[in-house]
Design a protein around this ligand. Structure first.
Ligand code: TIU
Length: 260
C-alpha cells in the first residue's frame, strides 16, 4: 500500500491503476449483462463495467467504543447491525468483479489538513488528534483510523483517505471513477446522515447515479436513519435510489451477471 503526503489517495497494489492500464482487465470488471435492482423510487440500472461499490468510513473510530464516534457522545452500538449485510454485499461484489472502494475519514499526524473549525466543533470528550484507546483519534496510520477487521480491504481494492465528510472533497475519487468509466455507485457505510449523505449529494452533482443500501448504511440516531434514507429517494430520487441489500444480492448473485 502506498501513500503520498498531500495526496489523499492510497492505492492498494493491483487496484484501479492496474485495471485502467490493462483493457483486458477492465473489460472483465463488473456485471457482464445490464441488469436492474428493484429500488425506490424505481429500478436502478447496473450496466456492465460501470458499477463501483463504495464502503464509507467503516472505521474502528466510528464503530468501536472509545473511538471518535463515542467521544462525540454517540451510542456506537447502533452501527453494528450494518456489518453482517455489508459483509455479504462485499463478498458478492468481489465475486462479481465489481470495483470496490473503501474510504477512511481522517487527518495527517501534524493536523495540517484539519480545519480549525472542524477541530473545535462540538464538545467531544477527546478531540481529533488526542490520544485514545486505539491511538490518536481519527489520525491516519493509527489503529482506530483503519477499517474494522470484518470488512478489511483485500489486494486490488482501493482505500481512499479523505479529510472531510464527503468522499470527493480533496481526494482523487472523481478521477479514479472517470478513468474507470464508472457511472453507478452502490453506496454503503457510516454514518447515513453525515458522510454517506454528503458523498451521495456530491456524487449526484457530479453526474453519478447512487444506489444507497438501506441495511448497509448506519446512523447513531434511528430517526436520522429513517429520514436520511427517505430524503435520498424522495421527489423522484432527488439524490439517488434506495434498496436493501437483498434486492442487490438477488441480481448480483445471478451467474448471468457475474463477470467472466
Ligand atoms: N459524526 C458522524 O455522524 N459522522 C462523522 O463524523 N463521519 C462520518 O459520517 N463518517
Amino acid at each position: 500500500m502506498t501513500s503520498t503526503p498531500g495526496d489523499n489517495r492510497i492505492v492498494v497494489p493491483g487496484a484501479i491503476a492496474d485495471r485502467a492500464d490493462d483493457p483486458a482487465a477492465a473489460a472483465v470488471a463488473g456485471p457482464v449483462a445490464d441488469t436492474v435492482v428493484a429500488a425506490q423510487p424505481g429500478p436502478f440500472s447496473l450496466p456492465p463495467g460501470k458499477v463501483a461499490l463504495l464502503l464509507i468510513d467503516m472505521q474502528r473510530d466510528f464503530l468501536l467504543p472509545g473511538g471518535f464516534g463515542e467521544t462525540l457522545g454517540n451510542d456506537v452500538g447502533q452501527l453494528a447491525a450494518v456489518v453482517p449485510p455489508l459483509q455479504r454485499v462485499l463478498a458478492a461484489a468481489r465475486a462479481a468483479g465489481v470495483m470496490i472502494i473503501h474510504t477512511r475519514e481522517g487527518h495527517l499526524a501534524d493536523l495540517s489538513d484539519l480545519p480549525e473549525a472542524k477541530h473545535r466543533r462540538g464538545a467531544p470528550s477527546l478531540r481529533i488528534g488526542d490520544p485514545g484507546p486505539y491511538g490518536r483519534i481519527l489520525i491516519r496510520g493509527e489503529y482506530g483510523h483503519d477499517i474494522v477487521d470484518d470488512l478489511a480491504p483485500v489486494d486490488g481494492e482501493i482505500v481512499l483517505d479523505k479529510p472531510g465528510k464527503g468522499a470527493f472533497y480533496n481526494t482523487g475519487l472523481d478521477d479514479i471513477l472517470r478513468a474507470a468509466g464508472i457511472t453507478q455507485l452502490v453506496v454503503t457505510g457510516v454514518t447515513t446522515e453525515v458522510c454517506v449523505h454528503t458523498t451521495v449529494r456530491e456524487a449526484n452533482d457530479r453526474g453519478y447515479e447512487c444506489l444507497v443500501l438501506s441495511d448497509c448504511v448506519g446512523s447513531y440516531f434511528p430517526e436520522f436513519q429513517r429520514v436520511g434514507l427517505a430524503m435520498i429517494s424522495a421527489q423522484g430520487g432527488i439524490f439517488g435510489w434506495v434498496a436493501d441489500s437483498g434486492a442487490l444480492l438477488e441480481v448480483l448473485g445471478e451467474p448471468a451477471v457475474i463477470a467472466g
